[in-house]
Design a protein around this ligand. Sequence first.
Ligand code: GLV
Length: 337
Amino acid sequence: MTTTQKTQTVSTNPTMPTVFVCRPLPERGLAQLRGLANLKIWPGPLPPDRAQLLAGVAGCVGIASLVTDRMDGEVMDATATLKVICNVAVGYDNVDWRAAKARGVLVTNTPGVLTETSADMAWALLMAAARHIPQSAEFARAGNWKTWEFDKFLGRDVYGATLGIAGFGRIGQAVAKRAAGFGMRILYHNRNRNEAAELALGAQFVSKDELLRHSDFVSLNMSMNESSRHFIGVRELALMKPTAVLINTARGPVVDTAALTEAMQTRRIFAAALDVTDPEPLPYTHPLYALDNVIIVPHLASATVDTRGRMAEIACANMAAVLRGERPPNVIAELAG
Ligand code: GLV
């Protein structure tokens, strides 16, 4: 348990500022901070609990946070010297940027580096759900493969199907790019229409409801904010084709978990594949795990050796810039002005 964990202070040089790093990050990132700051590194793998976090950040000028670490006004107030929160993620719904703005604290993220890796994961889940990959692999491993069964594990065709992408930013567009090899019709919905991307990717802008009605695969790729909360609920699930597959690699609260559970229990749609859940982690007793039409993986979209290494590098480069008295390169849009 985290209560037994101690924060490591790797170096203590009284002339240098101190930063709190919420988990051991790859050295290719941390190396940029050595010589600029004392590092207090939470050993993980579990996040620091609230008391540990508040105690850990005290006296620090910077915090390198993960998506699991809630950065709110209370945490910011626990260190009077705080200048920057460097989130090691592209999403920053765990950071109260309004509280940061009010306190003059900068917030940075790691945009760009995880686009392709996250799009790969959306596709991995799409294919896995369409063709029952985890369920059938488990079936074989358990010794149940007795013969070639004509009607077992029948999936859905991907080639030539309609892919609906909700959220057409960097990751959504990278998901679309991959569809070209599958001869798919691509629909998208986004707050703003993007005609250049439409042309480049052969995608068609549609309303949210049209997307839900006409797509065989619905991939959620928007960022989490007040307007994307419960983007998929009872009404939306009712609009989807009974043969449709829902893929969520965005953020858990984009989908209403209770509505999804009911829809999957009653087989309202064909399958759901979730990289993110609400709450997160989803307790292992949750009824969604018991369903053979649901795949849940533990928030892995950016989880490749190279991408996680580059995320650490970028987050630490942001931190290093602040420590050198420079403007960090990846200040989040809300604070960039
Ligand atoms: C991961 O979920 C991220 O936002 O980078």
